[in-house]
Design a protein around this ligand. Structure first.
Ligand SMILES: NC(=O)C1=CN([C@@H]2O[C@H](COP(=O)(O)OP(=O)(O)OC[C@H]3O[C@@H](n4cnc5c(N)ncnc54)[C@H](OP(=O)(O)O)[C@@H]3O)[C@@H](O)[C@H]2O)C=CC1
Ligand SMILES: O=C([O-])CC(=O)C(=O)O
Length: 268
């Protein structure tokens, strides 16, 4: 299986580093890494760790990867994922919050239909997406998601206009609204809100709270859902990646799991 990886930041580089641990599974290799303007250190790192991969800004017309894996950013959906789907290349997506842009869910489905292929939204930093999506089939009454991160993880976001992050002494909820609003206002911190919403009650009917906690060192995700299936309550404390504390390590493992499932004779 020949893979094109979009994005070589915290998630992308960690996926590349850990890929050899899947080496029991034959034939999985990254042949293309797509980046915007790769820094010299990224170029050197790739030459050292993935010498067989071409580092490019876009997938060449004649390239035929078996799978494109997006670990870049919201804009990469339009730049890389939509064109790949139209060319018939299946895609995995971690920047799920991008789908909060009006019409993008339908555009992705249309592109996949046009190419006769599929796009899979990865659970990333969250769990219980299987249970939530199954529960939806029976009817959901309410889904709420609370995302809590260390105060520093909200630097450079609109949270700074609501509170003084550096001065917080207790957890502070600076956002309460729909999953669509959360994902659009916090593109690097609320992908999980969009994932929970797309699996469950939808982007406009999923209630989201975002919290800055000066005392915590983990990224905490809480889901509370109820419906015909019963009740679900999930609390997940994710270890942040050193390279990007906004991002939980589980996101990397979610990509690795999807790659394993793509080639393993038995998928789970
Ligand atoms: N679903 C989930 O649970 C989670 C999703 N995410 C999402 O995953 C994505 C990657 O996260 P992370 O690795 O931590 O982020 P980083 O900022 O560490 O790395 C992202 C990399 O992708 C590159 N990039 C961004 N946009 C594009 C593009 N359009 N085309 C090509 N390259 C691009 C960036 O390049 P440049 O330096 O030029 O900007 C950067 O090198 C983000 O969208 C993030 O929000 C993160 C955590 C959890
Ligand atoms: O990695 C995380 O913990 C979650 C995250 O950033 C997001 O939802 O965008």
């Amino acid at each position: 299986m020949r893979i094109a990886l979009v994005g070589c930041g915290a998630i992308g580089s960690e996926v590349l580093q850990r890929l050899p641990q899947l080496s029991g599974l034959q034939g999985l290799r990254v042949d293309w890494v797509l980046a915007r303007q790769p820094r010299p250190d990224v170029v050197d790192w790739l030459a050292q760790h993935v010498p067989g991969a071409q580092l490019l800004q876009a997938l060449p017309e004649d390239a035929r990867p078996d799978l494109l894996v997006e670990c870049a950013g919201h804009s990469a959906i339009a730049t890389h994922v939509l064109p790949a789907l139209r060319r018939g290349i299946p895609c995995l997506v971690v920047s799920v919050g991008a789908l909060a842009a009006p019409g993008l869910v339908e555009e992705l489905a249309d592109a996949a239909r046009q190419g006769g292929t599929r796009v899979q939204l990865l659970p990333g930093a969250i769990g219980a997406i299987d249970a939530l999506a199954a529960a939806r089939e029976g009817g959901l009454a309410q889904v709420t998601y609370t995302g809590t991160k260390p105060a520093a993880a909200w630097k450079g976001t609109p949270a700074e206009t609501v509170c003084d992050l550096a001065a917080l002494t207790a957890p502070f909820c600076f956002f309460q609204g729909s999953a669509r609003e959360a994902a659009q206002q916090y593109p690097r911190n609320a992908n999980v809100a969009a994932t929970v919403a797309l699996a469950g009650l939808g982007l406009d009917d999923t209630e989201v709270r975002l919290v800055a906690d000066p005392q915590c060192s983990e990224n905490r995700h809480q889901i509370a859902a109820q419906g015909a299936f019963g009740r679900l309550s999930l609390e997940l404390a994710g270890q942040p990646l050193a390279a990007n504390p906004k991002t939980s390590a589980l996101t990397v493992f979610s990509v690795l799991r999807a790659l394993r499932n793509a080639v393993a004779p038995l998928a789970i």
